[in-house]
Design a binder for this molecule. Structure first.
Ligand code: M6R
Length: 605
């Protein structure tokens, strides 16, 4: 989960590399570095911390050269200090790496016995050393090929060489890598967004590919060392729009966009005049689906949990939701009559990709629900449903979650309709509620100030709990995840009915507790669970569309949601969860878009 850039040009490259690194900072921001080739020697500069630290170094001591590589790091091997920052260079070779080399310890020992000395604690340095060693006896292509074959693990690489003054090399296995085409210059980047100001013509490396970038051409090779051609994609304007504008941070912008992005997503999939859901080419006939398996990580997993409730409610199909890092290694009984759905904002999450690969290898029917349509998961899936949320830059996922839920809901209703599992009236009722959701989201967004006021209750809390039942339970989990990642306060999402089986012991006088209590068939039960918490000193923030007054005296604060069909209340419940995490983090002076220890795109296991 680091970011890689490479540029070969007919002009100085360092400032363009730094600009691209800034766009990749969402992938990692604990150290940064750059190497350029300057009059036959490799000029490496690096530092711990953000790209702005690297900029300061370059301001004092500019890097010169028409060709170079850059890196932002999310540490896997070795603390985030200057020595462990990338690039890792010898006199001959300089390497930037995203991913993990699993056999690095073994390789280190092998090359130490040949007399090589390692400076860092990283797994990456072995790549530099192996390449340097091969170059003593082999030509460039064979050195790359043989080096790649020694590596076990996942990686995307960018490499420059002292003796090959006109080439930047890129390689991919498991971690994403894009190349961009320019005039008399070509580019390498961990994603197309990093290259957006330089080009809108992009190709993607597939697993096992490597490429040689020259000023005027790009050569691609596959894992067999055979020259191959690549499809060139032209990026749409939308992919080029990812600026903060007047917003303080990306997260507040992305929260605010949710009414619009939901509207757009509905528009893409729903023929509103005929109430028809336009999702075709499902890789398995809906009436023949035996089981649906949903697989994802983090927030995307929570959207799968939500879909589990919907699939159970609206269809007669058996359903499971799995965390990808578990699913990929479990002895899951895979079946060709099941539909496998992989949900990922980035489309690059290593565990989700590996789970998809596992299913693809068995010839199973796969569907990818992604935001980034050129992503690895989109390209590998049999069938792709984009969520149309537009670029999401804040590490905390917000509008993508709403988009994932919307696509999963529409897919569920489509399958349900095709199987005659849902009666016409019920279907029509849900569709009409979906149509007005964007305006209800807008209404909920306008109540941000109320949550801002209550946020202060949480800043000194030792911990908190989010409670919900039924459809609200996945949202409670998502709310807790959001608070943890943004404000570093311990938070757990619990099924409210589980409290008395242990967690109730944690409630102390004054502990802030969030209770999600939409007026659904669980409402009374949720209220009883809430009373149990209040009786033990819990200070409750209640989120509900219930308008009765009776409970008010016991509740610290009641956030009033607009009324909606309780089966889709998740969309509205999510918004105060996002605001709460955002405002608590803001009050605690946390970095909203780049929470500590995290990265947006998790391309390592
Ligand atoms: O790109 P993906 O949706 O596959 O990412 C999955 C998780 O890493 C992601 O949702 C993560 O949990 C978010 N930072 C949560 O806000």
């Amino acid at each position: 989960m680091c970011g890689i850039v490479g540029i070969v040009s007919n002009k100085s490259v360092s400032s363009s590399i730094v600009d691209a690194l800034k766009k990749l900072e969402y992938r990692g921001y604990d150290s940064a570095g750059i190497s350029t080739l300057n009059k036959g020697f490799i000029d490496e500069k690096k530092c711990s911390g953000r790209v702005e630290n690297l900029e300061k170094i370059l301001f004092e001591n500019p890097s010169i050269g028409d060709l170079g590589i850059g890196h932002v790091r999310w540490a896997t091997h070795g603390v985030p200090n200057k020595i462990n920052a990338h690039p890792h260079s010898t006199e001959q070779v300089s390497v930037v790496h995203n991913g993990i080399i699993e056999n690095s310890d073994k390789l280190k020992k092998e090359y130490e016995s040949k007399g090589y000395i390692f400076k860092s604690q990283t797994d990456t340095e072995v790549i530099t050393v192996i390449l340097t060693d091969y170059l003593k006896t082999e030509n460039l292509i064979d050195s790359i090929y043989k080096t790649l074959n020694k590596l076990i693990g996942s990686f995307a690489l960018g490499v420059i060489f002292k003796d090959f003054e006109d080439v930047v090399v890129g390689a991919r296995r498991g971690s994403p890598l894009a190349v961009g085409y320019g005039h008399n210059e070509n580019f390498l980047g961990s994603d197309s967004y990093a290259l957006k100001t330089m080009t809108n013509k992009i190709s993607y490396l597939d697993d096992g590919d490597f490429c040689l970038l020259y000023k005027e051409k790009i050569e691609f090779y596959n894992f067999d060392k055979k020259k191959i051609n690549k499809k060139i994609f032209e990026l749409s304007n939308e992919e080029n729009i990812a600026e903060k504008g007047d917003y303080k941070d990306f997260m507040s912008k992305e929260i605010d966009e949710q009414s619009y992005t939901t509207k757009k997503c509905i528009h893409e999939y729903l023929d509103q005049s005929r109430n028809k859901i336009n999702i075709y080419n499902i890789p398995i006939n809906p009436s023949k689906i035996n089981k649906i398996r949903l697989v994802a990580c983090g927030t995307a997993y929570h959207s799968c949990l939500m879909a589990k409730y919907w699939i159970e409610e609206f269809t007669s199909i058996d359903v499971e939701a799995d965390i990808a890092s578990e699913f990929r290694y479990r002895n899951v009984k895979l079946n060709k009559d099941d539909l496998y759905i992989f949900v990922s904002q980035s489309g690059e999450t290593a565990d989700t990709y590996a789970a998809l690969e596992k299913c693809k290898k068995r010839g199973l029917k796969t569907c990818g629900i992604v935001n980034v349509v050129e992503s690895s998961i989109a390209r590998l899936s049999d069938f792709v449903l984009p969520i149309h949320a537009g670029p999401e830059i804040g590490v905390a996922s917000t509008k993508a979650f709403i988009g994932q839920m919307m696509v999963l809901l529409l897919l569920t209703l489509k399958i349900s309709k095709d199987r005659n599992d849902l009666n016409e009236n019920n279907y029509k009722k849900l569709i009409s509620e979906i149509k007005i959701l964007p305006s209800l989201i807008k209404k909920t967004l306008s109540k941000q100030k109320e949550i801002q006021q209550i946020a202060r209750d949480f800043i000194n809390a030792k911990g908190t709990m989010y409670l919900g039942r039924g459809y609200s339970y996945p949202i409670a989990m998502e709310g807790a995840l959001k608070l943890k990642e943004l404000s570093y306060i311990h938070a757990e999402g619990y099924a409210a009915g589980e409290m008395k089986h242990g967690p109730l012991a944690l409630i102390e006088d004054g502990m802030p507790i969030v209770v999600l209590a939409p007026k659904d068939r669980f409402f009374e039960k949720t209220i009883s669970n809430m009373q149990e918490v209040i009786a033990r000193g819990g200070k409750v923030l209640m989120i509900t569309n219930d308008t009765s007054e009776i409970l008010n005296e016991n509740i610290r604060f009641k956030f009033q949601l607009p009324d909606t069909d309780s089966r889709i209340s998740a969309f509205l419940l999510t918004i105060p969860m996002q605001f709460l995490a955002y405002h608590v983090a803001l009050l605690k002076n946390c970095d909203i878009d780049k929470p500590r220890n995290l990265a947006k795109s998790v391309t390592v296991e």
